[in-house]
Ligand binder design. Structure first.
Ligand code: ADP
Ligand code: MG
Length: 643
């Protein structure tokens, strides 16, 4: 990034007045934040941050950016002087990290401060030193390479009230470290070193290939995150989202691994985190939090950055658009089963490579390598053209599955297992065998071609399926997996208006209490849409005539009673649509294979193939994993082989 800053000018007072006011220098970490933003805005790709005693004693930031002209050094430290904006229009489309022209003035007024810089067009470096507000020494020549060093010492020495609020050096340093980590995450093209009391605490080198990017991410986020996250790239016309989303099973007790960047800017925004949270709503255990590193890029005039003194919050011109884009993108990515993805790693193609590399986009193009668990991450072309196309490319052509290649959403509504002609269901759903015999490839097929979850070998205690795949052994929690499959199908049917029902040859009569009868009367229509069709037989009796086809084999009386109980609760708030997923989840639980039900090998294989094709099938409806891989390495280690 070779951005050249223009001349520094004092902002006209009407413009200065429009700038969100507030103290920017709260603690050492806020000084570091402002200095790092300046370094990044100056086009630097090498930055060193040196801290002493948590920053209270000294903060030195050195960059190799464009530098400051000698005759503008004084302006740089005066209030409301900036090279980054000059008109009101500029303020509504800020492309730099800074824009207020206040940071150096604020920092230099509460510290012993030195600004050393050599402008890229200058022959020599110059130094401006000062102590507290307005007391500046003359500008002196100094030996300095092109770039800038800011040396802040004795922070708050002249404002004891603020000094009192500083915490221990360790705590203050932790804040600095977290901030530096975020900056390192945000810009893979940056080489950066953080030193505390003379020791290097963090150091990253510019990363420009897959291996070095992975190493860098692993250093910053930890290896487990890298191993268990899904890389993603979604690109609509003006907006794009890239980065990594942790698999639902890699969840956290806290929101401590959530990093969101908007046009390269570190933000903590409720709207954004809520959008991601919603994307995980169906796959995370209650009270757990997802982990992610996400980069949103959108036109600068769509983001108002002038809302928060430390610039941690932003406002979007069209927040609904942004929210929906994030929620849909992350949801789609997280929902795509790992099980459906090919065995071979594919490096995704950056849709942005070679194109617009301004602002936040440069590093994003650089960041598109694959986390190990995520392959074949095709870029999306547009919100609406969307997801089906994208996922379609992930279809594993080697599963030996006989059905046509369909995107999961198409698949789910068309039931490749269950032969549906119009509305008539000709085969039972929990019966896997019909499809199994025709579609399962022989077990001795070449390993490279074998499906992701492999081929079933045995059932263990009626609970687990043991399968063999190219990497070793796979264990599947049969009930959990099937429950998810049924749930996803129910949801798809619901989205297509109503659940497909199946008439009962012999209607079942159900005895109800008066109040249950009232609940049924009130929600008769909703019950019908859920495929549970009944007629009253008397004041306390119903005749069940149709049941959801997907659940025909389950205990429909218990199902009906459970649904009545659920509706009694829903009834209070009358929010069927909001609670529909919970209702469908209850239904799915009834419809899925119970533990202790023996399955044939063909049935087990059919279940594995279904998992590979069903969205979100890597987790059960409660966010627990449905399958685990035991690699040959892990198995060898269990037996201490190969020592
Ligand atoms: P702002 O960043 O909002 O413009 P600052 O007070 O942080 O305000 O900086 C004032 C000006 O000083 C900047 O606009 C920029 O032109 C210049 N400046 C500050 N730090 C650097 C740096 N590290 N490299 C080059 N120029 C800098
Ligand atoms: Mg600044």
């Amino acid at each position: 990034m070779s951005q050249i800053l223009g001349h520094i000018r004092s902002l006209p007072s009407h413009l200065a007045d429009q700038i969100a006011a507030g103290e920017v220098v709260e603690r050492p970490a806020s000084v570091v934040k402002e200095l790092l933003e300046n370094a990044l805005d100056s086009g630097a790709n090498q930055i060193t941050v040196e801290i002493e005693e948590g920053g209270e004693k000294a903060i030195y930031v050195t960059d190799n950016g464009c530098g400051i002209r000698k005759d503008e050094l004084m302006l740089a430290v005066s209030r409301h002087a900036t090279s980054k904006i000059s008109t009101t229009e500029d303020l509504s489309s800020v492309s730099s990290l800074g824009f207020r022209g206040e940071a150096l003035a604020s920092i230099s007024s509460v510290s012993r401060f030195r600004l050393l810089s050599r402008h890229q067009e200058a022959e020599a470096g110059w130094e401006l030193a000062g102590e507290g507000e307005g007391r500046w020494c003359d500008i002196e020549p100094v030996a300095h390479p092109v770039g800038t060093s800011v040396r802040v010492e004795d922070l708050f020495f002249n404002t004891p009230a603020r000094k009192k609020f500083l915490r221990s050096a360790r705590t203050e340093f932790t804040h600095i470290d977290q901030l530096v980590k975020r900056v390192m995450l945000s810009r893979p093209d940056l080489s950066m070193t953080l030193i505390h009391n003379g020791s290097v605490v963090r150091q990253v080198k510019q990363a420009n290939d897959e291996a070095s990017l992975k190493k860098r991410l692993s250093h910053l986020m930890g290896a487990p995150f890298v191993e268990q996250s899904l890389s993603l790239t979604f690109d609509a016309q003006e907006i794009s989202l890239t980065g990594w989303a942790g698999q639902p099973t890699f969840n956290r007790h806290q929101t401590d691994m959530q990093y969101f960047f908007v046009n390269g800017r570190i933000v903590r925004d409720r709207l954004l985190s809520h959008a991601v949270k919603q994307a995980y709503a169906d796959v995370l255990y209650h009270g757990r939090h997802p982990a992610y590193v996400l980069f949103l890029t959108l036109p600068f005039d769509q983001v108002d950055v002038n809302v928060h003194p430390a610039k941690y919050e932003v406002r979007f011109a069209n927040s609904r658009w942004v929210y929906d884009f994030i929620r849909r993108s992350v949801k789609e990515r997280v929902g795509r089963p790992v099980a459906s993805e090919g065995n071979k790693a594919h490096v995704s193609q950056s849709s942005q490579s070679g194109s617009d590399k301004e602002g936040g986009q440069a590093y994003q193009a650089a960041m598109q390598f694959q986390a190990p668990s995520s392959q074949n991450d095709a870029s999306n072309t547009g919100l609406d053209a969307g997801y089906a196309d994208d996922t379609g490319q992930n279809e594993d052509k080697s599963t030996g599955y006989s059905g046509v290649q369909e995107s999961p959403s198409v698949y789910a509504s068309s039931f490749s297992i269950h032969d549906i002609h119009g509305d008539k269901v000709t085969q039972e759903v929990s019966d896997f065998s019909a499809q199994a015999s025709s579609s399962i490839a022989p077990c001795n097929q070449a390993q490279a071609d074998s499906p992701r979850l492999g081929y079933a070998k045995a059932q263990i205690h009626g609970v687990f399926i043991l399968a063999e795949n190219a990497h070793g052994a796979v264990l599947v929690d049969m009930h959990a997996a099937h429950e998810r499959i049924v749930y996803e199908r129910l949801k798809t049917q619901w989205q297509n208006q109503r659940l497909i029902s199946q008439p009962l040859l012999v209607p079942i009569s159900i005895a109800l209490s008066r109040s249950e009868m009232q609940v049924w009367e009130q929600y008769e229509d909703a019950f019908s849409r859920l495929g549970l069709v009944a007629e009253p037989l008397g004041p306390e009796q119903l005749k069940l005539t149709e049941v959801p086809a997907l659940l025909a084999k389950s205990d429909v009386v218990t199902l009906f009673n459970d649904m009545l109980a659920d509706f009694a609760v829903v009834g209070e708030s009358d929010q069927l649509d909001q609670r529909i997923n919970e209702l469908l989840s209850t239904m799915a639980c009834h419809g899925s294979v119970r533990a202790n039900r023996p399955l044939t090998i063909d049935e087990m294989n059919a279940l594995l193939r279904d998992m590979e094709r069903t969205e979100r099938s890597d987790q059960c409806n409660h966010g627990r994993p449905t399958w685990v891989q035991l690699s040959m390495d892990q198995l060898d280690r269990l037996f201490m082989r190969g020592r």
